[in-house]
Write a protein that binds this ligand. Structure first.
Ligand code: PLP
Length: 354
């Protein structure tokens, strides 16, 4: 597995980091010990694999995890497979380091799960990293255990790193199971797990995410964090420890409420002529096809904003496969969602296509 060799060499030279750093006693060098321990315990409980607290890196937002993963693992000229539609930062950061993003289509007809055969066909000798995101933004799709087992098999066969974005891992409906790919045999050593506090605990503005990295990456990750942020703000980390170790009923209640909003939104969208919405299995987004309205997602999003006062995103904000889709976040009140549905319905009726 390749890494960003120039960068790592430069960092090692400048800081003369001892080679045994990964196994040094735990210090508050890239997170508060108490936060790293609380996260490692939570990972063991919920993600089904054991991580030493020294493998946990508290970052500024889940986005920080993506930045360090790409800086640490991707060389210019590499290919990085990213979901399309998918969280746009994967693609953008890949380009930023001079590598090539290779989109894996995520289609509504396939329950917004990637097709493993199609994935296999995209892997080349230049592929270094595969990003997966389950439950997914923007589709709400969730990879099954079988999907993940097949992806793991490909990763091992082709010697790939996986960045597993599990930031919506606790926002699941209808009994869906969250499986961390790092819990599958042979995968913890080639997976960076991304998670954080923005979604599960609605702590978006606290800017706290975390990575769980294999022991082989602890040194590199530590150097990148020390040379950029030093550490995430300590008072926010104290809040995160409370969030993880305290009662979880608020999280459960929030997921119940999200489900009610999802059901309201999906039912309402499917009543609008020209709109077809699959039921999301996780996260808090719907990704309806609006092909039957006669408009593409970009124009519909723009016009809904200016002519109906409803803010949605064009599917193309997440990749080319989303041309005929819009993304709607249902992290909003049922009252506002009901009003948004009324306005979308009226706007689409005015187009006269449905
Ligand atoms: C899939 C996904 N990953 C990561 C993030 C980053 O979250 P944050 O940086 O707020 O922790 C988001 C935020 O929207 C997301 O949707």
């Amino acid at each position: 597995m390749r890494m960003h060799k120039t960068l790592i060499a430069a960092l090692c030279l400048v800081f003369a980091w001892p080679l045994g750093a990964a196994r040094q006693p735990l210090r508050a060098r890239h997170g508060m010990v108490v936060a790293m321990e609380a996260i490692a315990a939570d990972v063991g409980r919920r993600k089904g694999f054991d991580a030493d607290p020294s493998q946990v890196f508290v970052t500024v937002g889940g986005k920080g995890v993506m930045l360090y993963a790409i800086l640490g693992l991707v060389d210019p000229g590499d290919e990085v497979i990213v979901p399309d539609p998918g969280y746009p930062i994967y693609e953008s950061l890949t380009r930023f380091v001079g590598a090539t993003p290779v989109p894996i289509p995520i289609r509504m007809e396939h329950e917004f799960r990637l097709d493993v055969d199609e994935l296999a066909s995209l892997i080349t000798p230049r592929t270094s990293v595969l990003f997966i995101n389950s439950p997914a933004n923007p589709t709400g799709g969730v990879l099954t255990r079988t999907d993940l087992e097949q992806i793991a098999e490909l990763a091992i066969r082709h010697d790939l790193w996986i960045v597993a974005d599990e930031i919506y891992g606790r926002i699941l409906y209808d009994g869906a199971e969250h499986v961390s790919i790092a819990s599958l045999p042979g995968m913890a050593e080639r997976t960076i797990v991304l998670d954080g506090f923005s979604k599960t605990f609605a702590m978006t503005g606290w800017r706290l995410g975390y990575a769980v990295v294999p022991p082989s990456l602890v040194q590199v990750y530590g150097q990148l964090i020390i040379n950029t942020i030093s550490c995430a703000p300590t008072f926010a980390q104290v809040g995160a420890v409370e969030a993880l170790n305290g009662p979880q009923d608020d999280v459960d209640a929030m997921v119940v409420e999200f489900k009610a909003r999802r059901d309201l939104l999906v039912a309402g969208l499917n009543k609008i002529p020209g709109v077809t919405c699959a039921t999301p299995v996780g996260a808090f987004y719907a990704f309806p096809s609006i092909a039957g309205t006669g408009l593409q997602g970009a124009e519909l999003a723009e016009r809904l904003l200016h002519e109906a006062g409803v803010c949605v995103l064009a599917g193309t904000a997440f990749g080319g496969v989303g041309t005929d889709h819009i993304r709607i976040s249902y992290a909003n009140s049922r009252e506002n969602l009901t009003e948004a549905l009324r306005r979308i319905d009226r706007f689409v009726a005015g187009l006269g296509h449905g």
